[in-house]
Design a protein. Structure first.
Length: 428
């Protein structure tokens, strides 16, 4: 199946394309026979690859003599939730498929249904295997932008598997799997915001949000609100607010859904302010303005490390509503973060009045960036963060720039403890 998908994405033009499609289609039919015994073989493909296969099969259906075989293949593919989602992501392809199945009410309902309804109709249940398959698909991404799209779509699909309602299942594993789905989606939003805020940002980065429907955003809001109201997931409040804020900033259709005023969760989606009272008569002096309390800030910890496992699974994610941003800086790994990415996240946290950058955990080589971070703090009048430097030999650290507070540690647990203490001190 994998080789068939690759072949469909690299078809030539003209007569050679016709022959290539014929060979790819023949191989696809053989692969689908085997998939009847193992439905998981349809998992793990990128959206672009699935769209390429669907377009190849759809083009063959344009000739009536081939329609029966084409529909047979498509029906098997659309028995999988991810392939329906891929068809829904391309308006032109979806229109052609609706025309092909115009006499098939069941298939048309599947094409038109919101994501959670599609998942329900296909009997999708989210568990460890479904979550791991999605993570494996993300790991196979060939670029950071593709990884971002996979995290957004994968997280959304997994949330849809819960019918966009955060489960309350204290004795089972559903809450953990639902939280993993949200964290995956949040990671995608973090990457998207990082791309969008670059000086040379590509408009195509935000175009991925246009492939989602209004019903998708309603489902996301339903999931976030129900998770926000779950007492055992208070540690995710900072992240859920971050997702609502960034999606509202970059996606007008989501903002319209979020501001609808029907979510009954003012901590996550503040209600629209009441209109101001009419001005007093001219002969009555207006009362002095009431003092405005400064808005509460979400504490932020940025963790940059050579090893990804240093921050994955850290207890900081479940401590005091901290927004933790982890970046792996390893030049030998293609998907490793660049200095522009993690410095961009740090700069955004300093400049955003709703955030408070409390701690930066890093390696010794990152100390060269401390002066630049201090300069940004001084320019906007914000308190510099505490720098916790993880190194095998704390005595070998170079002198820190003036105005900075640096603590050297030799293991990750000490880094966590120092970060927690600093957040507690600044929040008191």
């Amino acid at each position: 199946m994998q080789s068939t998908t690759v072949a469909a994405t690299k078809l030539p033009e003209g007569d050679r394309r016709e022959n290539g499609e014929q060979d790819a289609f023949a191989n696809l039919r053989l692969a689908l026979v085997a998939i009847k015994k193992d439905e998981t073989a349809l998992e793990g493909f990128s959206t672009d690859d699935m769209v390429a296969v669907l377009e190849c099969v759809q083009r063959r259906s344009l000739r009536k003599v081939r329609q029966a075989q084409s529909k047979e293949c498509l029906s098997m593919l659309f028995g999988n939730f991810a392939w329906v989602r891929a068809a829904q992501s391309q308006a032109d392809l979806l229109a052609e498929l609706k025309e092909l199945y115009k006499d098939n009410t069941e298939m048309l309902e599947k094409f038109n249904a919101p994501l959670h309804e599609v998942g329900k109709s296909l009997g999708m249940e989210v568990g460890r295997e479904e979550t791991e398959r999605t993570r494996q698909s993300i790991a196979q991404a060939t670029s950071k932008k593709e990884q971002m799209e996979q995290e957004l779509r994968g997280g959304l699909d997994l949330m849809a598997g819960f019918n966009y309602v955060f489960p309350v299942d204290p004795l089972g594993n559903k809450m953990d799997h639902a939280t993993s789905a949200f964290v995956m989606f949040c990671d995608g939003i973090t990457k998207l915001d990082g791309f969008a805020t670059k000086v040379d940002a590509d408009d195509k980065v935000l175009a991925v949000l246009e492939t989602f429907q209004s019903s998708d955003w309603e489902g996301v809001m339903s999931f976030l609100v129900t998770m926000h109201k779950c007492n055992s997931r208070k540690s995710q409040h900072g992240r859920s607010k971050f997702v609502v804020e960034k999606l509202s900033q970059h996606c007008p259709s989501f903002k319209q859904v979020a501001e609808r005023g029907t979510w009954d969760c003012p901590d996550l989606v503040p209600s629209a302010p009441e209109p101001p009272p009419p001005p007093p008569p001219p002969d009555v002096p207006p009362p002095p303005p009431a003092p405005v309390a400064p808005p509460a800030c979400t504490p932020v910890v940025v963790w940059i490390d050579f090893k990804k496992k240093s921050y994955e699974g850290s207890s900081l994610f479940n401590y005091g509503g901290i927004l933790v941003m982890g970046f792996q800086d390893n030049e030998k790994i293609p998907e490793s973060a660049t200095p522009e990415e993690y410095l961009g996240a740090i700069t955004d946290s300093i400049r955003d009045p709703r955030l408070r950058l409390d701690v930066v955990i890093c390696n010794k080589k990152h100390m060269a960036k401390i002066g630049e971070i201090l300069g940004t703090c001084q320019a906007v009048g914000r308190q510099p963060p505490l720098f916790v430097v993880s190194t095998r030999d704390p005595s070998s650290l170079p002198a820190a720039p003036g105005g900075s507070t640096v603590i050297a540690v030799s293991d990750w647990r000490d880094a966590e403890l120092n970060a927690k203490e600093e957040v507690r001190r600044r929040s008191s």
